[in-house]
Design a protein around this ligand. Structure first.
Ligand SMILES: *[C@@H]1O[C@H](CO)[C@@H](O)[C@H](O)[C@H]1NC(C)=O
Ligand SMILES: *[C@@H]1O[C@H](CO)[C@@H](O)[C@H](O)[C@H]1NC(C)=O
Ligand SMILES: *[C@@H]1O[C@H](CO)[C@@H](O)[C@H](O)[C@H]1NC(C)=O
Ligand SMILES: *[C@@H]1O[C@H](CO)[C@@H](O)[C@H](O)[C@H]1NC(C)=O
Ligand SMILES: *[C@@H]1O[C@H](CO)[C@@H](O)[C@H](O)[C@H]1NC(C)=O
Ligand SMILES: *[C@@H]1O[C@H](CO)[C@@H](O)[C@H](O)[C@H]1NC(C)=O
Ligand SMILES: *[C@@H]1O[C@H](CO)[C@@H](O)[C@H](O)[C@H]1NC(C)=O
Length: 392
């Protein structure tokens, strides 16, 4: 008690103007198209943590805080990579304008705010994915599915975008979605009466809910994944749609990675820190952000998931990243900018924010149906990605 109070005082002195405020801060993590990791909303700042190859030793984060950033004070702020456009979209990043989409142009390091017409799903409770090929958000809230096309936005446009109500889900309003994107399909876990290791499917390009579920049997000796609430996010592939989905049940007991081409699951260790968390994935890493700001990763080899299944989670030793200020059930706060001196406020355990990732190609069509054309920059994009890949 005494020592943590002392640490707290030391932190306040060390942080100077970064004295923690009691706010519902919601940080989030996301990758850019070069698979640099970003940590947004830490002590009022944003940081870039480099690529996976740099995480085995301590990381000095690059402060990339710039004008126009959202305050990251939403109820459940989430971040999504638009892979084709190297943009990161933030939903519910500003409590005072919770329906807006904040756009981080990762190439330029700049922010802009895209207005959204009122009337969409509730930003404080929706669960969303960003479809890779249409750059369209799909969100489920209270049993209904809506979509919002972001076209080719890297910088906000003066014309507000709109959510369009697609249809009711077959799962009912009580279903708390655990969903992720792969192969232009949305996979839903934990739907009512689901059998273990199965997912229900929404086919984006034809806008229908598949009538039968798809099984993902385990292939490395683990048990079938449970149909409970959790977090799900998909790994990127250099220049194609996602195929591998990571699902982590809320109890953190295991990490299940299922492949929607093979239709099987490989079981990995659950995160070491089992507290409430959000996740983001690159090509070869699954990254966890806990509510107190710890960041850990699990390496993943998509070419041979089974042989890599004994991989363990490692904490990224980020030097000087401000700890997150959370409002615990006591309304207590913690504020330390050192990863080695955690002060002890417990994260609240209310509604589970979701992190999912997706990314995008182009199109400015009125809905998400069969509308894939390649942007002018596509070949450039592929060229850049191949360069990156040869470096790996
Ligand atoms: C959620 O949907 C149900 C119908 O399924 C409706 O009665 C209820 O008002 C909705 N709640 C909100 C907050 O929109
Ligand atoms: C869609 O196209 C119109 C006209 O070309 C443009 O004004 C609008 O900003 C575009 N919307 C998106 C989301 O790109
Ligand atoms: C995997 O599941 C999808 C979706 O149900 C199905 O279309 C595909 O044929 C399956 N693939 C194999 C190899 O069974
Ligand atoms: C959060 O709540 C879930 C069940 O609602 C529980 O399984 C989990 O252990 C809780 N996590 C923490 C950190 O309290
Ligand atoms: C963290 O604190 C140290 C001093 O303890 C300071 O040198 C460093 O700049 C701080 N980092 C951030 C990101 O505020
Ligand atoms: C609330 O505060 C009390 C007294 O400071 C402490 O014992 C307890 O662990 C705290 N509870 C939480 C959830 O932080
Ligand atoms: C967050 O909490 C975990 C224990 O759950 C602790 O190991 C870690 O050091 C804390 N991280 C920070 C940044 O305070």
């Amino acid at each position: 008690m005494v020592s943590s109070f002392f640490q707290y005082l030391v932190s306040i002195v060390a942080l100077g103007s970064l004295v923690p405020r009691v706010v519902d801060a919601t940080a989030c993590i996301a990758f850019d198209s070069n698979f640099n990791l970003y940590a947004f909303g830490f002590g009022g700042k944003d940081f870039q943590l480099g690529t996976q190859d740099a995480w085995s030793s301590s990381v000095t984060p690059k402060d990339i805080t710039s004008n126009g950033r959202p305050p990251f004070d939403g109820k459940q702020t989430t971040c999504y990579l638009s892979q084709f456009f190297n943009a990161i979209y933030v939903l519910d990043g500003d409590e005072s304008d919770s329906s807006a989409v904040h756009i981080f142009n990762a190439g330029a390091g700049s922010w802009s705010t895209q207005k959204v017409q009122p009337g969409g799903p509730n930003p404080g409770s929706l669960v969303a994915i960003l479809d890779h090929d249409t750059n369209t958000f799909y969100a489920v809230d209270n049993g209904t599915l809506s979509f919002m096309d972001l076209g080719q936005l890297v910088v906000a446009n003066n014309t507000p975008v709109s959510w369009v109500l697609a249809k009711n889900t077959p799962y009912g309003a009580a279903y708390q979605p655990t969903m992720a994107l792969a192969q232009n399909h949305i996979f839903f876990i934990g739907t009512p009466n689901a059998q273990p290791a199965t997912a229900e499917i929404f086919v984006i390009h034809f806008s229908f809910f598949q009538s039968t579920s798809q099984g993902f049997p385990n292939v490395n000796g683990g048990s079938p994944f449970p149909e409970t609430h959790g977090q799900a996010t998909s790994f990127f592939i250099a220049n194609a749609v996602q195929e591998n989905v990571a699902y982590i049940p809320d109890d953190g007991s295991a990490t299940y990675i299922f492949n929607v081409e093979q239709n099987n699951t490989v079981t990995f260790a659950g995160p070491t820190d089992k507290s409430e968390s959000t996740y983001a994935a690159s090509l070869t890493a699954l990254v966890q952000l806990t509510q107190n700001g710890s960041i850990s990763f699990l390496p993943f080899d998509p070419s041979n998931p089974v042989s890599g299944a004994s991989a363990s989670w490692s904490k990224i030793d980020v030097q000087g990243l401000p700890a997150l200020t959370t409002t615990g059930s006591n309304g207590s706060t913690s504020g330390s900018n050192s990863t080695t001196s955690g002060t002890g406020s417990k994260p609240s355990n209310g509604t589970n924010p979701s992190s999912s990732s997706g990314s995008g190609s182009n199109t400015n069509s009125s809905n998400g149906d069969i509308a894939i054309s390649l942007p002018i920059s596509f070949t450039m994009f592929v060229a850049v990605l191949s360069m990156i890949l040869t470096v790996f």
